[in-house]
Design a protein around this ligand. Structure first.
Ligand code: NAD
Length: 272
């Protein structure tokens, strides 16, 4: 079910599904969404410095009033805050906003060649200090990870990537897996632009599920982690209600076949 966790290479356990909070700028709306998700069984909440809503996430978690290890909080260091000292100082700010003593996972939001290793050194230091339980990357391609491996003491345990049926990222996910890195899909629903795809619509009809549920189930059966976003309680619930049906091997193949390598984001290898 939605509470199930997967073991990471560092021994920590991360919920496979979580709630993304990108573009939730209204504090009340965010707090309501987090509460509603929590009551549906979500335990992972994915924010970032760049989203400008860490303080609202902090309030929401505080309001939940649950044991700290019951929830899994991820944040990400913004591009402007890369470099050893800036990671350290901006992370301290993030912790304050989140009203937490530690975060479960810290990600480098985008690979940037300036400060590439320095940034990672700061991540390793924060982990050593116990302020971050797991260190991770986002939008890293193969070259970034290979380059990082030349100097890192510890490799990221998660790489958060744009993944959905129109960008299935098979080669990249295989690469992550070979390197003991769990791929976590961002925009797992392709931001809603795949719901009308005839293949998805047909499969959804056959199972009596929504298009969103079929897509999330595909992620689940592939073994990826995923963090759909919604602010509507009924959709938040729907996105968690994907554990009572199964896509056949043939249906999985049909969804795999939709890949067209189209991105919402820029090409990570081109980012400086
Ligand atoms: P998404 O694929 O999760 O799509 C979200 C949109 O789909 C919603 O705004 C809503 O319009 C629609 N939707 C959701 N559930 C639905 C349902 N059941 N029925 C109908 N419509 C539904 O896209 P996203 O928000 O971009 O990605 C999810 C999360 O990934 C973000 O919130 C953020 O936490 C993370 N993210 C990370 C990066 C990165 O660079 N690391 C980039 C973008 C997003």
């Amino acid at each position: 079910n939605i509470g199930s966790r997967i073991e990471l290479a560092d021994g920590n356990k991360m919920p496979q599904e979580g709630l993304g909070v990108y573009r939730m700028t209204d504090e009340d709306e965010l707090i309501k969404s987090v509460k509603s998700a929590y009551s549906d069984g979500y335990r992972l909440f994915d924010t970032a410095q760049m989203y400008g809503n860490e303080a609202a996430v902090g309030k929401a978690i505080k309001d939940l009033d649950v044991p700290r290890d019951d929830v899994f909080i991820t944040t990400k260091i913004a591009e402007d805050n890369q470099g050893y000292d800036k990671v350290m100082s901006s992370f301290e700010e993030s912790l304050k906003k989140l009203q937490l003593d530690y975060v479960d996972m810290l990600m480098v939001h985008w690979p940037i060649h300036t400060h590439f290793f320095e940034t990672w050194r700061a991540f390793e230091a924060l982990k050593e200090q116990g302020l971050v339980k797991s260190i991770a990357t986002s939008n890293y391609g193969m070259l970034h990870l290979q380059y990082l491996a030349t100097k890192a003491n510890e490799m990221p345990v998660v790489n958060q990537l744009e993944v959905h049926p129109y960008l299935s990222q098979k080669a990249m996910i295989d690469f992550d897996r070979e390197n003991h890195i769990v791929t976590q899909a961002w925009a797992p629903l392709g931001r809603g632009k795949i719901f009308d795809d005839p293949v998805i619509v047909k499969i959804a009809k056959e199972h009596g599920k929504s298009a969103a549920q079929v897509i999330l189930r595909w992620h689940f059966q592939r073994g990826d982690a995923f963090i759909p976003k919604s602010v509507h309680p009924e959709r938040i619930r729907q996105n968690a209600d994907i554990y009572d049906f199964e896509l056949s091997t043939d249906e999985m193949k049909q969804v795999d076949g939709l890949n067209r390598n189209t991105r919402i984001s820029q090409e990570p290898e081109m980012v400086y």
